[in-house]
Design a protein around this ligand. Structure first.
Ligand code: C2E
Ligand code: CA
Ligand code: CA
Ligand code: CA
Length: 279
């Protein structure tokens, strides 16, 4: 039994059998959900200290016919596993572009930009650049209002290719942020090589503010790094006024987090923009 190893044991474990069936069912549901347009976007406001709401991060949600509104934790890993994540991300990008195009037609929303998450390896797919440009063109959205959030590990996977693709998109005005900055292990030299616009400080550091001095040191260093390199810096997971104050004192004046708003439906987000501008 020892030699036949984990696989054999796993195969005969009835609980595992069930898990496999459940996974296959979820996979089938995701496939169907993609076909039926059940994946929608929520919008979490991003603010600038003096300008107010400057845009949003688009966060995917699954409007499941039976289980209600599901967050990515319930389906992203399985979508990846099933090879469906590219289709999902494509739908997300298409919806993001459509939203930007709609906002551009309304004066009170025309200044908004939208950040979109790209999962691992979509960047490296054949025709990725052409695909994004086509979505933008078809929707009529302004490429300069679209920001793509990438992770360090993804970028370091194939730096030369990442640089080439990002550079081509950048020529059209698309912007790039490093998501969860500070959590991926890497040398910093890549920051000089990639055509970046923004560092997004990971929420694990923000969560420990204002009391934890080592988190403050890291946040301070990231802000100085961004400023020195001419990059924007934004903090995510900002939940309290003391956290915001501490960030501002250290040169970070862009924020995203529950303090300013949860991820909202498009309607609710637009309502929030309207109400804050009326102030
Ligand atoms: P992320 O890109 O780091 O997104 C930020 C997550 O933090 C979101 O969770 C957001 O709801 C949550 N958050 C925002 N502000 C606060 C706060 O103040 N406090 C706390 N505790 N949490 C906050 P969400 O929506 O569940 O998304 C989880 C992850 O799923 C995202 O992490 C991102 O990696 C992934 N994801 C979301 N949308 C997409 C998508 O369209 N495509 C892909 N590939 N991944 C996505
Ligand atoms: Ca993100
Ligand atoms: Ca993040
Ligand atoms: Ca994250």
């Amino acid at each position: 039994a020892k030699i036949s190893g984990k696989n054999a044991l796993r195969f005969f474990d009835p609980r595992m059998q069930l898990a496999v069936q459940e996974r296959l069912r979820l996979e089938e549901e995701i496939r169907l959900g993609l076909k039926n347009g059940e994946f929608i976007l929520n919008f979490q406001p991003q603010l600038e200290q003096t300008e107010g709401i400057i845009g949003a991060e688009a966060l995917v949600r699954w409007q499941h016919p039976l289980r209600g509104l599901l967050t990515p934790a319930a389906f992203i890993a399985q979508a990846e596993h099933a090879g469906l994540i590219h289709t999902l991300d494509q739908q997300v990008l298409a919806q993001a572009c459509a939203q930007l195009a709609r906002w551009a037609e309304t004066p009170e929303f025309a200044h908004l930009s939208l950040s979109v998450n790209l999962s691992a390896h979509l960047l490296y797919q054949d025709n990725f650049v052409e695909g994004v440009l086509e979505l933008l063109e078809r929707s009529g959205a302004d490429p300069a209002r679209l920001k793509l959030e990438l992770t360090e590990t993804l970028l370091l996977d194939n730096m030369p290719e990442a640089i080439a693709r990002m550079t081509r998109l950048k020529q059209h005005g698309i912007r790039f942020a490093i998501d969860d900055f500070g959590t991926g292990y890497s040398s910093m030299s890549y920051l000089q090589q990639l055509p970046l616009d923004q560092l997004k400080i990971d929420q694990t550091f923000i969560r420990r503010l204002p009391d934890d001095s080592s988190s403050l040191t890291i946040v301070r260093a990231i802000c100085a790094l961004a400023t020195g390199l001419g990059l924007e810096v934004i903090a995510e997971g900002v939940e309290s006024e003391p956290q915001r104050g501490m960030l501002l004192a250290n040169g970070c004046h862009r924020y995203q987090g529950y303090l300013f708003g949860r991820p909202l439906s498009a309607d609710a987000f637009e309502e929030l923009v309207r109400s804050t501008e009326a102030d």
